[in-house]
Design a protein around this ligand. Structure first.
Ligand SMILES: Cc1cc2nc3c(=O)[nH]c(=O)nc-3n(C[C@H](O)[C@H](O)[C@H](O)COP(=O)(O)OP(=O)(O)OC[C@H]3O[C@@H](n4cnc5c(N)ncnc54)[C@H](O)[C@@H]3O)c2cc1C
Ligand code: FES
Length: 376
């Protein structure tokens, strides 16, 4: 098994910091504005993953930070449905950009994309958003841990580092179901063959599809991590994958004494759409009890709910159609004006202060603290 430990020479800074390069391309596509995208290529990555490449309909270049996502809004059976997808391409190649989508069994949009989106077709999208990016840190020693489609933000970060010849040391450990399910397998091997400081390892749960596989088999363990990245405790860690995987990674790192201040993660999971989003609640003494009446101003419909539920979950339960995507306060799709009343909101980057000042809130991570009238 290869070892990712760096040589003892201090890492030099690259000529440009990532942030300087991204801002040079800034075209001002605000995350709140819809844009028409043209699909220019569709590529099979694995048996259930495809990459869709786009350009802006107005041929603007796209400025984003590696790790950010866009929210696409395909019209499916006459209904506009929003979903977030991370930009898997490198922001240093801004003329086209890609999303890489895994089919989710029973999933509406992922299957629609796989079956219906072809080169030449148009799609509406909302601009790049999200705070899960390696540019948030100055660290030069990085550990990327991903599983399944969680590879996409880390692939964008890796591609960007290669394109910019960034002076970083990246250990990239990806977990897949089996060798044929490793997304970007050939490209990662190629990048690692010429990019100094990039080391890639895949861990496969089963190897039925490729019995000659010589890499680690099973799930990511402390033993695998210690053998392959012995200096992992010194690295800035970025993790993306299913919830179970991320819980296991957190437990593994915390158990090994990793300083979790250097840990960053993003989840693609929505959880059970019918249940409330789990967000930290306010201090017990501040939490109001009892039922509140919520009035939807446009339809005049009312429903009762308690502070235990998010407004999004309660509104959907009451039959209201509320645009939403991430259910985690990160994408901004459920942004709605609160016309009367007050809420507790636990946003995760999906709303700007100036929007909050104008009375908007994210319904997926807001809970009422009084009766409400909302602009729906
Ligand atoms: C920030 C962010 C970035 C993301 N990036 C990527 C990416 O790069 N690549 C990628 O592939 N995905 C990504 N995702 C996930 C993506 O947004 C979608 O959630 C995913 O594609 C599934 O969408 P869907 O419409 O196909 O499935 P949905 O229709 O939303 O269904 C999802 C699952 O829930 C089940 N389900 C649906 N409705 C109900 C219900 N009422 N009760 C119980 N179960 C139900 C379905 O059967 C399915 O198993 C990202 C998500 C976020 C939040
Ligand atoms: S649905 Fe994404 S912020 Fe609410």
């Amino acid at each position: 098994m290869s070892t990712f430990q760096t040589a003892s020479a201090p890492l030099k800074r690259s000529r440009f910091t990532d942030v300087e390069v991204w801002s040079a391309f800034d075209t001002g596509w605000s995350s709140g504005e819809p844009k028409s995208l043209i699909c220019c290529d569709v590529r099979d990555e694995t048996r259930d993953v495809k990459t869709f490449t786009f350009q802006c309909g107005d041929f603007q270049v796209l400025a984003f930070e590696p790790g950010q996502f866009i929210t696409i809004v395909p019209s499916i059976n006459g209904q506009a449905i929003s979903r977030c997808y991370t930009l898997s391409s490198s922001p240093a190649r801004p003329f086209t950009f890609s999303i890489t989508v895994k089919r989710v069994p029973g999933g509406l949009v992922s299957n629609w994309l796989h079956e219906n989106l072809h080169a030449g077709e148009q799609l509406t999208a909302y601009g790049p958003a999200g705070t899960f990016t390696s540019t948030c840190s100055d660290a030069r020693k990085l550990l990327y841990l991903s599983a399944g489609s969680g590879v996409t933000p880390l692939m964008s970060m890796t591609r960007a580092s290669c394109d910019l010849a960034a002076d970083v040391d990246i250990a990239f450990v990806h977990s897949a179901r089996s060798p044929v399910d490793i997304v970007f397998r050939k490209e990662l091997q190629l990048l690692a063959s010429f990019k100094p400081g990039l080391h890639v390892l895949s861990v496969c749960e089963t190897i039925e599809t490729e019995p000659e596989w010589i890499g680690p088999v099973g799930r990511l363990t402390l033993e695998i991590l210690l053998q392959s990245v012995p200096d992992f405790l010194e690295r800035e860690v970025f993790t993306c994958g299913p919830k179970g995987y991320m819980d296991a990674v957190q437990a593994l790192l915390a158990g090994a004494g990793f300083n979790m201040e250097h840990y960053h993660q993003e989840s693609f999971d929505l959880g059970d759409p019918s249940s409330p989003v789990v967000v930290p609640v306010a201090a017990p003494s501040m939490v109001p009890t009892g039922a509140f009446t919520v009035t939807l101003a446009k339809s005049g419909r009312t429903f009762q709910m308690s502070h235990d539920e998010t407004i999004l979950a309660a509104a959907k339960r009451a039959g209201a159609v509320v645009p939403s995507s991430c259910s985690q306060g990160i994408c901004g799709t459920c942004k709605t004006a609160i016309l009367e009343g007050s809420v507790d909101m636990n946003a995760n980057g999906g709303i700007r202060q100036r929007e909050i000042d104008k009375g908007f809130r994210l319904l997926c991570c807001s809970r009422p603290t009084s009766d409400l009238v909302i602009d729906l």
